[in-house]
Design a protein around this ligand. Structure first.
Ligand SMILES: [Zn+2]
Length: 397
């Protein structure tokens, strides 16, 4: 491809909306617009990655530091739109909302007598735990929803120190929406003071830690009052007992017990789909230096950046055209910088765009039948006879 056909426009300045170095360089090198839309060069590169993906192990060959499970491959990146729980020890990896972890029940206790207590202004678990001077683990948190499909009232209970995972709830009961004040009233619950005890027409769903927890404080379904010592089975039961809560950093890995990390990532692939724009971003994030991108051969859209330096006596451009054709005939992919720009501009752009090899056609070399060859990742260049150039480049792949 020729530089001018691709309408490549590089930029000296990093875009001010760049949150990751890779994105910044893709914009500066002319692969993406600042609005994160692929340019012609970007589309060409994405097509190249698409072709590579005919080999099912292609992501592996790109040597990216991915984390994965059997369904999805992720790339850790600051500001990634997805959070995963990851175990550094056994490599367990799961989207945070579905992640499993080892729950630790409090020590088992004898069940105590149910007791109604006055708890003014205790609408939240924090306020309640403070007021009673107990840990949040000793409370039951109530959440009320209505199932979208049939308007069934859903009453959820998790331990007070834990967060409900909406995704896990959805797996159990289907799509829900928050219950309205009227729906809560009709079930016999009281917002801020709710418990599953004595409700009408409610589908009760509890986290699997609840049956293992004794003497929890729960709402009395009467404003201003709570019940001490509520116990699952003795005081109420549930239609569904399941894992409903969201893991957090530091929770124990379900497999090995080590501490889970929570990591921001982007998704590179699922079983049936690749996300090529994310793969390109991951490549840029890993393969760059302070001058620009340094794509490896496996990933680079072009093997060679070919450029000519305008000559005084010789038509360097015509010679470069010749080399362009012969490289292409040899199956080497070439980006031909056919602009009549200053050498410095071209060298900078070559570094930004990041093809693995640069070939420079200049008057001085041509007089001796040579062109200059430089690897993107090396500082030094060397002269190579024009008739050996294909051989040289092929040996680098
Ligand atoms: Zn683990």
């Amino acid at each position: 491809m020729k530089f001018r056909d691709l309408h490549i426009e590089t930029q000296r300045q990093a875009p001010n909306n760049a949150r990751a170095e890779g994105f910044s360089l893709l914009v500066r090198a002319g692969y993406l617009t600042r609005e994160n839309v692929p340019t012609k060069l970007g589309e060409y590169t994405l097509d190249h990655l698409r072709n590579l993906s005919n080999d099912p192990s292609f992501i592996f060959h790109l040597s990216l530091p991915t984390i994965s499970n059997e369904r999805e491959t992720f790339f850790p990146i600051p500001f990634g739109s997805i959070e995963v729980a990851h175990c550094p020890s056994c490599k367990y990896t799961e989207r945070l909302e579905f992640a499993l972890f080892k729950k630790t029940p409090l020590p088992q206790e004898e069940q105590l007598r149910l007791e109604k207590i006055l708890t003014p202004d205790c609408h939240t678990i924090e306020a309640l735990a403070n007021f009673l001077n107990i840990p949040k683990e000793k409370t039951a948190k109530a959440l009320m929803y209505t199932r979208v499909a049939d308007n069934k009232f859903i009453f959820v209970v998790v331990r007070g120190d834990m967060q409900l995972s909406d995704a896990k709830l959805k797996q159990q009961v289907g799509e829900t929406r928050p219950a309205t004040a009227e729906e809560i009233d009709r079930s016999g619950a009281a917002a801020g003071y709710a418990s599953p005890i004595g409700l009408k027409d409610a589908l009760i769903v509890v986290d699997d830690l609840i049956p293992l927890s004794q003497n929890l404080v729960a709402g009395a379904n009467e404003p201003g009052y709570h019940l001490k010592n509520t116990n699952y089975e003795r005081d109420y039961s549930a239609e569904i007992v399941a894992d409903l809560v969201q893991a957090k950093a530091g929770d124990a890995c379900f497999n090995c017990g080590n501490s889970l990390s929570v990591i921001s990532v982007i998704s590179l692939s699922t079983r049936n789909e690749y996300y090529f724009e994310n793969i390109l971003l991951a490549l840029a994030e890993i393969y760059h230096d302070d001058k620009g991108l340094t794509f490896p051969h496996q990933a680079a859209p072009f093997d060679v950046y070919l450029m000519h330096l305008p000559g005084k006596e010789m038509d360097t451009r015509a010679k470069a055209e010749e080399i362009y054709s012969s490289l292409q005939s040899a199956g080497i992919s070439v980006l031909f910088d056919d602009r009549d720009e200053r050498a410095g501009v071209k060298f900078n752009d070559a570094d930004l765009i990041g093809c693995p090899t640069r070939v420079t056609v200049g008057e001085k070399g041509l007089k001796e039948g040579m062109v200059e060859l430089k690897l993107r990742k090396e500082k030094e260049n060397r002269l190579v006879p024009i008739d050996k150039i294909i051989e040289e480049i092929s040996s680098l792949k």
